[in-house]
Design a protein around this ligand. Structure first.
Ligand SMILES: CC/C=C\C/C=C\CCCC/C=C/C(=O)SCCNC(=O)CCNC(=O)[C@H](O)C(C)(C)COP(=O)(O)OP(=O)(O)OC[C@H]1O[C@@H](n2cnc3c(N)ncnc32)[C@H](O)[C@@H]1OP(=O)(O)O
Length: 292
């Protein structure tokens, strides 16, 4: 169902599924390539590595979200895969979060389509039957952080330039309740109150101390650590682990599922305000200015 919706979304946004290619890597493994998401089976049996490849900053465009959901769905339906490592192909950036241009200067129909894609991506990641380990090899604000928080385990590169957190208030935005729930479930209520209101982005040592990530390791060991953690998680039989995961996460996901249409309407109303549009434009302008 989600796959069909995703395909329709890809068609609407002009992305041709026929451009997906399959090739054999050096180790003979099959390697699926989309435009923006690359899926590589790994040396660890049953484990795939998804690399975000939406340069320059892996922002979560509609096309990216659609490809990502389709990739995850394919892996879930392929019984040879039990776990996935999520990482980035863009140096120094895991994901810059939601694509600001998708939320700027568009019409309500576009905002509705975009927000549904964000919701669907989160539900897919948060409730995945697969073991998901985030190998966070770069900065991950807002929506990028949400993806990592929705995985089962997080390994972050020990680079003081990398920051992680939900910084929405710094953009003049209110964090959606399910972003908030995901953070609260990870770092607790009090730490979330402070982090969310101040829009804090944490360097690795602080993210570890807060419990926002599970491990901080040297940059060149992020993926290998994620793969060895995966081995530990895969030692548990899938059905008991999946039932346990579902038991813990279901209430949080159901909260959004129950209010999905209202959440879309809230998003449209909020993002369409002149004041919010101005804030986003100024924020984008500031990103440009900092280069000069
Ligand atoms: C009542 C409430 C109801 C509902 C809620 C309603 C609405 C609110 C919900 C919204 C939730 C939002 C979640 C988000 O994820 S918002 C996005 C947050 N992201 C950020 O703040 C990151 C911004 N980017 C950066 O800080 C830097 O770009 C970054 C990632 C540190 C990388 O820095 P650097 O390597 O120096 O690269 P540049 O800054 O030069 O960027 C290169 C290029 O990319 C463009 N860009 C960066 N980030 C984004 C983005 N998120 N979306 C789109 N484009 C982005 C940047 O502008 C540059 O473009 P250019 O054309 O100038 O090359």
């Amino acid at each position: 169902m989600a796959l069909a919706a995703g395909r329709a979304m890809l068609m609407r946004s002009g992305v041709r599924l026929g451009t997906q290619a399959a090739a054999r890597g050096g180790n003979g493994a099959r390697r699926f390539m989309n435009h923006r998401v690359v899926v590589e089976p790994n040396t660890v049996p049953g484990v795939a590595v998804i690399k975000f490849k939406n340069p320059p900053v892996n922002s979560l465009t509609l096309e990216f979200l659609t490809e990502f959901v389709i990739c995850l769905e394919k892996l879930e339906n392929d019984k040879t895969f039990r776990g996935v490592v999520l990482t980035s192909d863009c140096p120094g950036i895991f994901s810059a979060g939601l694509d600001l241009r998708e939320m700027c200067g568009k019409n309500p129909a576009h905002y509705a389509e975009y927000w549904r894609a964000v919701q669907e991506m989160w539900l897919k990641v948060y409730l995945s039957n697969l073991v998901l380990v985030a190998a966070i090899n770069g900065t991950s604000p807002a929506g990028g952080c949400l993806i990592a928080l929705s995985c089962d385990y997080r390994v972050l590169a020990d680079n003081p330039r990398y920051r992680m957190g939900l910084n929405e208030t710094l953009l003049g935005l209110v964090v959606p309740f399910w972003f908030k729930d995901t953070l609260v479930n990870t770092i607790g209520h009090r730490a979330s109150e402070r982090a969310l209101q101040l829009g804090l982005l944490f360097p690795p040592a602080e993210a570890l101390q807060l419990g926002m990530v599970d491990q901080v390791v040297p940059e060149d060991q992020v993926q290998s650590t994620a793969l060895s953690v995966m081995t530990q998680w895969l030692a548990i039989p899938d059905h008991v682990r999946q039932l346990t995961k579902n038991m813990i996460r279901k209430a949080t996901a159901d909260h959004l599922i129950k209010h999905q249409e209202a959440d879309i309407q809230n998003f449209i109303n909020f993002i369409s305000r002149d004041s919010i549009q101005k804030s986003l434009q100024v924020y984008l302008e500031n990103l440009k200015q900092k280069k000069h």
